[in-house]
Design a protein around this ligand. Structure first.
Ligand code: BES
Ligand code: MN
Ligand code: ZN
Length: 498
């Protein structure tokens, strides 16, 4: 998809579709007023006659309207003017994108960014257009053998803005939005793949492919012997029951001065979580192919940052393996020595995410990072706490937590702060090792994060538990790509602030 910013007054007259908004009060948006005049007052009449109410997200396609300067006009309901804010703006665009995809138009001019949206500048308004169009037109790479529905014709979207200055800001917004869209699509593609395709080895090759596509990214993939050499005893314990070999993937992007401390993103890459010897119940076990969503989203974020050429140093670290039962699998009561030297009693082999992550976090120390953020589908308890709406956010650093939380709000990919600390670490006491890998049902998301905090120690660290947000189940089953939007927004603003 190609995105362009154009100045309203110079908008081409032969667009495949013009997209204009109407408020519920019958108040026509800026562009809608002009097009209404071209159409001899048709839009106003549709509203007065009750044929188009302007309710948020409502759509009405006017094909080949006589007098209009476009082949089609798509009316979008904006809801009431007083309620029109960031979320409503996004929702209106979601309706726009999905209905435009069903028309025959190959190009469209979207006039919605001309609308005043409380606290949103032009750059942001344009960014959301690109973001939403990319996300809405995303197709799962399915393996269905039936005839594929035709791909939408739409290949070019122009955003109309007021003047040259706004056009520059909008162009930058579109660039950001498209990069988020590209990162999101990569993350979703990887997570949606079946686990017999998306293995640790496969993730390694995709990370290498990313380095090919973006020469600013350097990828290193360690195999089991490399992981052993690093003494990652916890990571190795998780992989030992599986026939698929593990990988430690490291992608480095240097966009800022060499001596600037990098941000490290650490991703959980369990390509299938059966639970191991502590085997899971069958219902929804298939969804455990999504247990590599953390890995997928940190790679997606890397892609977006490299595409944006953001002046930041970014390191992505992915620990990836399967969690399987078997004669050689790790057992409840086994004790392992982590890369940090601390010993862990594995009481439940299904609490494997924290085992691979604790070693990956320890590994991140070699980059002397400014901050380490791990992303993981870590606990069912986090879904119980926050549903599918918020990612869990835990951190040992207030400023970092605040930055991440605000990024989530701006990107409409929200995270909610949950506590960590000594109280939860107390639950992880073991009679036989330094720490146990589970601490009972109570506060499960917090004990998991508190376990990780024992390895993050003095690092500026945050943890995003995306168990509830990384994918949808049921009829909508599929990856959401979250928290790519949050992370990209965080990094963009981190660069501005430092
Ligand atoms: N990958 C799961 C967490 C999960 C479960 C994510 C369901 C999304 C949906 C993780 O490895 C796990 O199994 N966690 C256990 C921890 C428990 C054994 C302490 C859990 O949440 O049940
Ligand atoms: Mn598990
Ligand atoms: Zn898991």
């Amino acid at each position: 998809m190609e995105f362009k910013a154009i100045i309203d007054a110079k908008a081409r007259n032969d667009a495949g579709c013009a997209v204009v908004g109407i408020y519920e009060e019958g108040d026509l948006g800026i562009a809608a007023r002009r097009i209404d005049t071209q159409l001899g007052g048709l839009i106003g009449k549709l509203h007065r006659d009750g044929d188009f109410s302007g309710k948020l997200g409502d759509i009405l396609l006017l094909p080949t309207p006589a007098g209009a300067a476009a082949a089609r006009v798509l009316l979008i309901g904006l809801g009431t003017r007083s309620d029109f804010g960031r979320k409503q703006y996004r929702k209106a665009l979601q309706s726009t994108a999905s209905s435009l995809g069903k028309t025959g138009a190959s190009d469209a001019v979207v006039y919605l960014a001309l609308e005043e949206v409380a606290d949103l500048d032009v750059q942001y308004r344009a960014r959301v257009v690109a973001e939403v169009f990319c996300a809405q037109l995303y197709k799962i790479p399915d393996l269905k053998t039936s005839v594929k529905p035709k791909a939408p014709r739409l290949s070019s979207v122009s955003v109309a803005v007021a003047d040259a200055r706004a056009s520059k800001a909008a162009a930058e917004g579109l660039r950001i939005g498209a990069a988020i869209g590209g990162g999101l699509a990569l993350a979703r593609d990887l997570a949606n793949l079946p686990p017999n395709v998306c293995t640790p080895t496969y993730l390694g090759t995709r990370a290498q492919a990313l380095a090919k596509d973006f020469p600013s990214v350097k990828t290193k993939v360690l195999d089991e012997s490399g992981i052993r050499a690093l003494k990652m005893g916890a990571f190795l314990a998780v992989t030992q029951g599986s026939d698929q070999p593990p990988r430690l993937i490291v992608c480095e992007y240097r966009g800022a001065k060499k001596n600037k401390a990098p941000i490290c993103l650490v991703g959980k890459g369990i390509t299938f979580d059966s639970g191991g010897i502590s085997l899971k119940d069958p219902p929804a076990m298939d969804e455990m192919k999504f247990d590599m969503s953390g890995a997928a989203t940190v790679l997606g974020t890397m892609r977006a940052i490299a595409e944006l050429k953001l002046p930041v140093n970014l390191v992505v670290i992915i620990a990836t393996c399967e969690n399987m039962p078997g004669g050689g699998a790790v057992k409840p009561a086994d004790i392992v020595t982590t890369m940090s030297g601390q010993t862990v009693e594995i009481l439940n082999t299904d609490a494997e995410g924290r085992l691979i992550l604790c070693d990956a976090i320890t590994y991140s120390r070699r980059f002397k990072p400014a901050a380490v953020i791990d992303v993981a589908t870590l606990t069912g308890a986090c879904i119980i706490a926050l549903g599918n709406h918020f990612s869990g956010l835990m951190s040992n650093n207030e400023a970092l937590a605040d930055e991440l939380q605000s990024a989530g709000i701006r990107a409409d990919d929200r995270a909610w702060r949950l506590p960590i600390g000594e109280e939860f670490v107390e639950q992880l006491k073991s009679n036989f090792a330094d720490i146990a890998n589970v601490g009972g049902r109570e506060g499960g998301a917090c004990t998991a994060a508190s376990f990780l905090s024992k390895f993050a120690k003095d690092l500026q660290w945050a943890h995003l538990d995306v168990a509830g947000t990384a994918w949808l189940g049921g009829a909508q089953k599929g990856s959401t790509g979250r928290p790519v939007p949050l992370l990209v927004d965080f990094l963009i603003n981190h660069v501005r602030a430092t």
